[in-house]
Write a protein that binds this ligand. Structure first.
Ligand code: GAR
Length: 213
């Protein structure tokens, strides 16, 4: 039987769409958002995937929201909860409930540039290489064991929009790749490091340089 995931989104849902179209050996049991107008919800519904909204504004504390979100997720009994552009900080209780079952994509080469506006941060820092990271979630924001990273060049004249689009194209590739490894039982925790097929591998995120426009 295919392992089951629930995807959490807050908006556009392009990573979710990439996961849905990747023909993974995974059942996407539901897509849940904290924003009723998240465009990704329509796309999921159009593919016959159950959707739900848990609006954070209806709760007075983070813990109450997280408890309601957890309740909504657990109705689908997922083996993995996949954060795909889910823009809420999660409480330690929530993270502990999904220990080793909560995975995220972040638009930077962590541990560089945690938090928001990662492309702006990268341009301000003048880095020449930027990228994205798939990692398991721990209660330290934008940290946690790395599964795969992809790097892109930062080019002269880059804007946040250009850099973000370049990174996003790589996000769509590595998130599906990480989920395929997970579904195939190929990810193993070695203390705080994730090994693929029992080894520390670094083949997943490296790509040929994109042509300079
Ligand atoms: C993606 O770039 C994702 O990495 C980022 O939000 C965007 C969502 O786009 N996530 C974070 O910043 C989480 N800290 P999408 O809705 O089109 O997938």
């Amino acid at each position: 039987m295919k392992p089951t995931i629930v995807i959490l989104i807050s908006g556009r849902g392009s990573n979710m769409a990439a996961i849905l179209s990747a023909s993974l050996p995974i059942k996407v049991a539901a897509v849940i958002s904290n924003q009723a107008d998240a465009t990704g919800l329509e796309l999921a519904a159009a593919q016959g995937i159950p959707t739900a909204v848990v609006d954070h504004r209806a709760f007075s504390t983070r813990e109450d929201f997280d408890a309601a979100l957890q309740n909504a997720i657990d109705q689908f009994s997922p083996q993995l909860v996949v954060l795909a552009g889910f823009m809420r900080i999660l409480s330690p209780q929530f993270v502990a409930h999904y220990e080793k079952r909560l995975i995220n994509i972040h638009p930077s080469l962590l541990p560089a540039f945690p938090g928001l506006h990662t492309h702006r941060q990268a341009l301000a820092a003048g880095v020449r290489i930027h990228g994205c990271t798939v990692h398991f979630v721990t209660d330290r924001l934008d940290h946690g064991p790395i599964v795969v990273q992809a790097a892109v060049p930062v080019l002269q004249g880059d804007t946040e929009a250009l850099l973000s689009a370049r990174v996003l194209r790589r996000e769509h590739v590595i998130y599906s790749r990480a989920l395929r490894w997970w579904a195939e039982g190929r990810l193993h925790w070695q203390e705080d490091c994730i090994h693929v097929d029992g080894e520390f591998q670094n083949f997943g995120g490296l790509s040929a340089p994109e042509p300079v426009a």
